[in-house]
Design a binder for this molecule. Structure first.
Ligand SMILES: Cc1ncc(COP(=O)(O)O)c(C=O)c1O
Length: 487
């Protein structure tokens, strides 16, 4: 366990006597803390006193301490997490200031010997996380969730503590049906909904059901998540890729793909490229499914987050008998909840429920009842609205920073979701990723999402802008700008 601040007592000499006032005091405090970390007097993982306590100890304003902590978090010396306070970061590697090279003025550490070691450390433990896929975990609505949980527990009937329906709690399926119809245009009835442990659980159930139905191939998009593809290949399915163009995934090619029994799609917001499927292509997918008896597996992973106009409705509304709708709370709330849902065509309900009953029966009834309460009380709508504003602001700041520091870099896929694609000139992705590692920046290249049968078409970085806490956001943006081509 990390040592607590109190263990250090008088050992930590923060001498601020000559520091003056205001920003001078803050700078002196930051220097003193950096020095304490550098010299090892404050070791990795140690919890610092609260800003109130340290301010009282030093006889200075609390804001001065809070500002100094925030800046040291942004620089990577400290970490701040709700509930566990401010701690010395595991990787407190000082980075030299060059006085130039983008916002923040931090450049690459000089010297080849120091460089190789620093690069290795930076790769091992990034300071800033801009990988796509995660919402802002610090904004999880703890207080509202706790209230919903209390209400749910108080009202839960005794039978809720027994083995339940493999489809999940009826209370949740009922309010979810109403919500999905209202917010996502899904044709949903409670008896057709199956609650599962996130999208991946629903997808693996579907993989097994399709294989049991003797489907051999599921078409996938040219870009997507390898982890999801692997779930399907593990069921014995082959995954040919559909090409992608400016209208989105070429669903018009489906009739020519004999042997394909289903298609997996992110129609509302292609992952990771970010476009919405063109209406003609939506219709083409449904026409193919009707004519061939095939199924569309619709991954609606972040449908709530559309910024510049109304969210694009779910494809499922076009034909609920041919589309399996898969939704999740992983982006709108938190992946740790492991709460997802499937809305099934009537013809699939029995097969899916039987398989699920054999495998894992049902998830936690209390979490499901809490989520039902959270939805019904309007807390979910309020949370999604607040997060939409927050993420839109982040997106705007990202676009503005890129325009200012690398005007030739196009930012695409920005109308929705929690990530954007920064397009790079051909061949520059590997160097940009290396440079990001130098900067202590975790970010992913576009090509890692490319299906193996798809020819390389575009280099880029896929930037998830929801993850960094506020205290690290401007530092993360500055590091990102240093990675991009200069004007
Ligand atoms: C494209 C896509 N679909 C679905 C999910 C959600 O998966 P789950 O609900 O299993 O957390 C993610 C999460 O990163 C995703 O990126």
């Amino acid at each position: 366990m990390a040592e607590e601040w109190a263990t250090f007592g008088a050992d930590l000499h923060l001498d601020l006597r000559d520091a003056g006032q205001g920003t001078g005091l803050r700078a002196a405090l930051m220097d003193a803390l950096r020095e304490a970390v550098r010299s090892g007097r404050l070791s990795a993982g140690v919890r610092l006193p609260s800003s109130r306590t340290l301010a009282a100890d030093l006889g200075i304003a609390r804001n001065t301490v809070a500002d100094a902590y925030a800046e040291l978090v942004a620089e990577g010396w400290l970490t701040a997490r709700q509930g566990s306070g401010t701690r010395v970061a595991q990787r407190s590697v000082p980075r030299r200031r060059t006085g130039s090279g983008g916002p923040g003025g931090q450049g690459r550490p000089g010297g080849a010997r120091q460089g190789a070691a620093a690069a290795r450390r930076a790769r091992a433990r990034p300071t800033y996380d801009l990988k796509p896929g995660m919402p802002d975990l610090g904004s999880f609505p703890r207080a509202e969730w706790l209230k919903a949980s209390r209400r749910a527990l108080t009202a839960a009937p005794n039978e809720a503590f027994g083995y339940g329906d493999p489809r999940g709690r009826i209370e949740l399926r009922t309010v979810l049906a109403e919500y999905l119809a209202r917010a996502r245009g899904v044709y949903a009835r409670p008896e057709r909904i199956v609650i599962c442990s996130g999208f991946v659980h629903g997808l693996s159930l579907m993989g097994q059901v399709l294989r049991a139905r003797r489907v051999r191939e599921v078409a996938v998009e040219a870009y997507g998540l390898e982890e999801h593809w692997r779930l399907l290949t593990r069921s014995g399915l082959r995954l040919p890729a559909l090409p992608y163009d400016e209208l989105g995934t070429r669903t018009d090619g489906l009739p020519g793909m004999k042997g394909v029994g289903a298609v997996l799609m992110t129609a509302a917001h292609q992952f990771p490229l970010g476009g919405a499927l063109h209406p003609d292509r939506r219709v083409a997918a449904i026409d193919w499914a009707r004519a061939s008896g095939g199924l569309v597996l619709e991954d609606d992973y972040d449908g709530e987050f559309r910024y510049d106009r109304q969210p694009v409705g779910a494809l499922q509304g076009l034909d609920p008998e041919r589309v399996v709708y898969l939704g999740t709370s992983s982006k709108s709330l938190a992946p740790g909840l492991r709460l997802g849902w499937m809305v099934l065509p009537e013809s699939l309900v029995d097969e899916v429920v039987e398989l699920k009953g054999h495998m894992d029966w049902t998830g936690s009834a209390l979490d499901q009842l809490t989520f039902a309460e959270f939805l019904e009380s309007g807390a979910y709508d309020r949370h999604v609205r607040a997060m939409r504003l927050r993420y839109r602001r982040r997106r705007d700041e990202l676009v503005a920073a890129v325009a200012a520091h690398s005007p030739q870099t196009r930012v695409s896929g920005i109308a929705a979701g929690l990530h954007a694609v920064l397009e790079l000139p051909a061949g520059q992705e590997p160097e940009a990723l290396r440079s990001a590692a130098w900067q202590g920046l975790a970010v992913l290249g576009l090509n890692r999402f490319r299906h193996p049968d798809t020819a390389p078409a575009q280099d880029g970085l896929v930037v998830g802008y929801a993850t960094p806490p506020d205290s690290a956001w401007s530092g993360a943006l500055a590091a990102l700008c240093r990675v991009l081509p200069a004007p």
